[in-house]
Design a protein around this ligand. Structure first.
Ligand code: GUN
Ligand code: FE
Length: 491
C-alpha cells in the first residue's frame, strides 16, 4: 500500500504520514512500514525490502488508511430491533423487547438469513473485529460463528449463558445449567474447529468467548463453573455486562447480598481477569474501579446505548486516568446504529456533557485538571483519544494489542481505506477552501498533514459508511463500497 496513513500512537497522539508505504505478506501481516516514501522512491524501497514485483495499491488523493474499528460489544441477534425501545430502561426493555425477539433464533433459517445481513453490514461499516453476543441458542450461535468466519471478519463469538429465571413470567432462559455448560463447551470446540483448515484464507479469525449474560441471568453454580472453565483455558476471553443501570445495580445487590459490589460478584467467581470485557460500567463505586484496575479487566464504553436506554454517562475519563483498558462498543440494539462512527460521535458528546455537568456528574470528586494534557477526568475527548479508543483501546480490551489496533511490523493488516470524495470523485463538501487550494497548489508536507487531520476529524463527526471504500482483515479485502462495485463487475 502506498499513500496517506493515520496511525494511533497513544491515548493523546496519532501519526499522520501522507506518503507511507506498507508491505503486507501473503499471510496478511505487516512485514515493513516506511513513512515518507515519495512515489518516485517506491520501487527502490520495494527492491530493498525484497519484494520488487509486489502488487501495489496506490491510494488516491482524498483517501487515507486507518486501522479497522473494534466493536467490543454487540448483540448480533438484536439487530432487527435496532432503533426501537428507547422509551424503556434496561430491565423493562429486556423483558418487553429483547427476550421475546431473541427467542426467535430457535429458528435456524431465520438465524442464517439475519446473521448473513448483520455481518455484511458490520464489515461494510468498518468493523474489522467484533465481540458478538449470540442468543442462548446453541445451533443459532454456531451459525453466527460460521457466517462471521465465511465473511472473513475477526471476532469473538459467544452463546449467552442464562440459567437463572429472574421473573415468574420469563420464558427466555435455560432450565438446565448442565446443558448450558455442555453447549458452551461444544461451541468452543466447534469455533476452534472452524480454523483447522490450513488452506483457509480466513484462518483463525473467529475465536470463542465465555458469555455469562450478566449477574442477574446466571445462577451461582453457573458463574462458578464458567470461572473454572476460564481458569483452565488461558485463551478464552470472557464478556458480560456490568453496572449499566441503577435498577439493575440495586437488584444485583438484592440477589447477591453476601458480595461487596456488582464487580465483586464477577471477581468472586473467577470471572474478573485480564481477558474480561465488561460492557457499560456506568454506575461503579470507587472500590469497584480499583478492583477492575487490579485485575486488569477491560471496559467496553457504549455511549449510544447508555443514552438510548436512559442508563447514564460512564465516567470514561476517570477510567483512562486510572489506566484501565477502555474500548468502544455499539451494544446494538441498546445502541441504535451498527457503525462505530456513531459510537465515536456519542462518546464525543457524552464526554462533553459530562465535563459541562461536572459539578453534578463528578461522582468521584475529581476536579478538572489545570492542564487538560495531563488528565482525562471531566474533560472532552480529543480526536486522538477517540481514534485510540475505537482501535488500539479495543485491541487492549480484547487482549489482542500485540496483533491488531494499529499499524506496526508483525501486526495483522486490519484496515480501512477512508475516502473523502463524493460519487463523482470530487473532494467537494469535505474541502475547506484553504485546504483545497493548498492541496492543489504545492506539495507542502506540513499542509498535507494538517489537511489529513481535518479529514480524520470530519470522517469521525460527519462521515458514514459511504466514506469507507475498502475494508481489510488480515490482509484480505472483505468489504466496503469498492468491494461491492468489484463483485458486481465480476459477476
Ligand atoms: N444486560 C443484560 N442483557 C443485556 C442486553 O442484551 N443488552 C444490554 N444493553 N444490557 C444487557
Ligand atoms: Fe449489551
Amino acid at each position: 500500500f502506498h499513500g496517506a496513513v493515520i496511525n494511533p500512537m497513544s491515548l493523546k497522539t496519532y501519526s499522520v504520514s501522507p506518503h507511507s508505504a506498507l508491505g503486507i505478506d501473503a499471510a496478511g501481516h505487516i512485514c515493513w512500514f516506511e513513512e515518507d516514501v515519495e512515489r518516485h522512491a517506491l520501487h527502490a524501497i520495494m527492491a530493498q525490502k525484497g519484494c520488487p514485483n509486489a502488487t501495489v495499491v496506490h491510494l488516491k488523493d482524498g483517501q487515507f488508511i486507518i486501522p479497522g474499528f473494534i466493536d467490543t460489544h454487540i448483540h448480533a441477534p438484536q439487530v432487527p430491533d435496532m432503533g426501537t425501545g428507547g422509551q424503556y430502561v434496561l430491565l423493562d426493555w429486556l423483558k418487553k423487547i429483547v427476550f421475546p425477539s431473541e427467542s426467535k433464533y430457535e429458528d435456524t433459517d431465520f438465524a442464517k438469513k439475519t446473521y448473513n445481513s448483520v455481518i455484511r453490514r458490520t464489515i461494510d461499516c468498518g468493523t474489522t473485529t467484533a465481540c458478538y453476543f449470540g442468543s442462548l441458542h446453541f445451533e443459532a450461535t454456531k451459525i453466527l460463528a460460521k457466517v462471521v468466519h465465511d465473511h472473513g471478519q475477526r471476532a469473538f463469538v459467544g452463546k449467552c449463558n442464562m440459567d437463572r429465571k429472574d421473573d415468574p413470567e420469563q420464558t427466555y432462559f435455560e432450565d438446565s445449567t448442565e446443558d448450558s455448560l455442555n453447549e458452551t463447551k461444544e461451541l468452543i470446540s466447534y469455533i476452534r474447529g472452524l480454523s483447522k483448515h490450513s488452506h483457509d484464507k480466513h484462518n483463525g479469525l473467529v475465536q470463542p468467548i465465555l458469555t455469562p449474560r450478566f449477574a442477574l441471568s446466571c445462577t451461582k453454580k453457573m458463574l462458578r463453573a464458567l470461572g473454572d472453565i476460564a481458569e483452565k483455558d488461558e485463551d478464552l476471553r470472557i464478556q458480560t455486562h456490568l453496572a449499566e443501570n441503577t435498577g439493575e445495580v440495586d437488584k444485583v445487590a438484592e440477589v447477591y447480598p453476601e458480595r461487596d459490589s456488582y464487580t465483586d460478584v464477577y471477581d468472586h467467581f473467577g470471572l474478573l481477569t485480564k481477558k474480561t470485557i465488561l460492557a457499560h460500567a456506568v454506575h461503579l463505586k470507587k472500590d469497584e474501579i480499583d478492583l477492575i484496575k487490579k485485575r486488569d479487566a477491560g471496559i467496553s464504553h457504549c455511549p449510544s446505548s447508555n443514552f438510548n436506554l436512559n442508563s447514564g454517562i460512564a465516567p470514561v475519563g476517570v477510567y483512562l486516568d486510572k489506566g484501565i483498558k477502555v474500548g468502544l462498543g455499539t451494544d446494538v440494539s441498546g445502541g441504535y446504529h451498527l457503525s462505530m462512527l456513531g459510537v465515536i460521535q456519542n462518546a464525543n458528546i457524552g464526554a462533553k456533557v459530562y465535563a459541562m455537568q461536572a459539578p453534578t456528574y463528578d461522582r468521584y470528586s475529581l476536579k478538572a485538571a489545570h492542564n487538560p494534557e495531563n488528565s482525562f477526568s471531566n474533560q472532552p475527548l480529543s480526536i486522538a483519544t477517540l481514534l485510540y479508543l475505537a482501535t488500539m483501546g479495543g485491541a487492549e480490551v480484547c487482549d489482542l494489542a500485540h496483533q491488531i489496533g494499529s499499524f506496526a511490523v508483525r501486526k495483522s493488516f486490519d484496515a480501512l481505506v477512508v475516502d473523502v470524495r463524493d460519487e463523482a470523485g470530487n473532494i467537494g463538501i469535505w474541502a475547506r477552501v484553504e485546504d483545497y487550494s493548498s492541496h492543489h497548489s504545492h506539495h507542502d508536507l506540513k499542509k498535507k498533514k494538517e489537511m489529513l487531520e481535518v479529514w480524520l476529524e470530519k470522517f469521525f463527526l460527519c462521515g458514514d459508511d459511504r466514506n469507507i471504500s475498502r475494508v481489510y482483515v488480515q490482509g484480505q479485502f472483505v468489504g466496503g463500497r469498492e468491494f461491492h462495485h468489484h463483485h458486481r463487475s465480476v459477476q
